[in-house]
Ligand binder design. Structure first.
Ligand code: FES
Length: 122
């Protein structure tokens, strides 16, 4: 199955190690440039839902501004808190189009999983 590649942000607008907000298919995202790589993660911290775009980059982690939980940019994994990983989307940097892209179908599937999880919590 081929991907539905969708623009998230303009690649050349990204400043190294400065997180920015974006949204695809209703999913709040944080985009991080680390050198020649871009990372796209779910933007809401799993602790209390803070906006991770307000966080800082420490080494290869994005660190939440609220209580300091950290997540690996390349995987979304939390090394400190078991089970507190965040979704990391597959990323394409399209140089000719100057775009950071993700698969819109992956974003939709993630959003639908979130809705299902909320429904089970009710
Ligand atoms: S809300 Fe992110 S660490 Fe508490």
């Amino acid at each position: 199955m081929s991907e539905e590649l969708t623009r998230v942000v303009t690649w050349s607008d990204l400043v190294d190690r400065r997180p920015v907000r974006a949204e695809v298919e209703g999913v709040p995202l944080v985009v991080i440039r680390l050198g020649d790589e871009a990372h796209v993660l779910h933007r809401l911290c799993p602790h209390r839902g803070a906006d991770l775009a307000e966080g800082t980059i420490e080494g290869t982690e994005i660190v939440c501004a609220e209580h300091g939980w950290g997540f690996q940019c390349a995987t979304g994994e939390s090394e400190a808190i078991a089970g507190a990983d965040i979704k990391r989307f597959r990323v394409w940097v399209n140089q000719p189009l100057d775009e950071v892209q993700i698969d819109a179908a992956e974003a939709r599937a993630f959003r639908e999983d979130q809705v299902d999880a909320i429904a089970y919590d009710l």
